[in-house]
Design a protein around this ligand. Structure first.
Ligand SMILES: C[S@@+](CC[C@H](N)C(=O)[O-])C[C@H]1O[C@@H](n2cnc3c(N)ncnc32)[C@H](O)[C@@H]1O
Length: 252
């Protein structure tokens, strides 16, 4: 069982959940103050009480804990369900070279960096300097910056990377980038375009049709949770109805 060090990030699970740096020393919550320095040397899984007597379990956070609890969001992110779809459909794994635009909040960037390590790289482009700065902070905070090359650059001006396993576009005007993406990809590589609107899917599909791609498909991923009780069980009344459409195409 691993022991907690002063340079670790930890997940505190109790009445509320928090992802904090042990190096903070003391952490203030609505449920009381937690003395983090007392945790150094203890095993992950230990429990700690706040000054108000609330108990928190101390766990090692994974990438999803980081993305959902800590990553600062500016533009709209690609949600975890759609990130998972992208990873599954492209077989993304260690060693993959990925080109991405735009970086936005770097939610998808960080998710992919965790998959392509070691040996791979996510080359990500962001047009706006304010979004770029915030995204860069998120990438550094994730501890995955070794597997990301982030550029504050308009991808429509072109990109130098070649032999990409995957090119992911989540930006307005993605259809104009499709020919350049095709050139930058390995044969067998995947183009992925995330589009909030169906009109974008139509423009992107037309652009894909002009290049040599196969296996073109557009998917909407709907996730429905269930309410399970001892008596009657059924789907939850509400769900996230729409995020975006994901279009995939494979270069031949
Ligand atoms: C919806 S956000 C991307 C969110 C990101 N996928 C995430 O999960 O955090 C779209 C981003 O594309 C950027 N963008 C738009 N056109 C671009 C271009 N030509 N080159 C690079 N970035 C661009 C925008 O500034 C914006 O930050």
């Amino acid at each position: 069982m691993e022991r907690i060090t002063s340079s670790d990030k930890i997940l505190l699970l109790g009445k509320s959940d928090f992802l904090v740096d042990v190096s903070k020393g003391v952490f203030h919550t609505n449920h009381g103050t937690i003395n983090l320095s007392k945790l150094v040397g203890k095993k992950f899984g230990v429990k700690i009480k706040s000054s108000k007597g609330e108990t928190f379990s101390v766990l090692r956070p994974n990438i999803n804990d980081f993305l959902e609890r800590r990553l600062a969001r500016l533009p709209q992110i690609v949600s975890l369900k759609d990130c998972s779809l992208i990873a599954g459909m492209t077989g993304m794994s260690s060693g993959y070279r990925v080109i991405e635009a735009g970086t936005g909040s770097a939610f998808l960037t960080t998710f992919m960096a965790n998959l392509v390590r070691p040996g791979g790289k996510v080359y990500t482009y962001e047009l706006r300097s304010d979004f770029f700065k915030s995204a860069k902070k998120n990438i550094d905070d994730s501890g995955l910056s070794e597997w990301v090359e982030a550029k504050n650059r308009d991808i429509s001006k072109g990109f130098r990377e070649k032999d990409a396993d995957v090119v992911v576009l989540d930006m307005i005007g993605a259809e104009k980038i499709v020919p350049k993406a095709h050139k930058a990809m390995k044969s067998g590589g995947f183009l992925v375009v995330y589009s909030p609107y169906i009109e974008q899917v139509k423009s992107v599909s037309a652009a894909i049709g002009m290049e040599s791609f196969t296996g073109v498909r557009t998917i909407e991923c709907l996730v429905r949770d269930y309410k399970i009780t001892r008596d009657f069980s059924r789907p939850n009344t509400t769900m996230l109805a729409h995020t975006g459409y994901v279009t995939f195409a494979r270069k031949i």
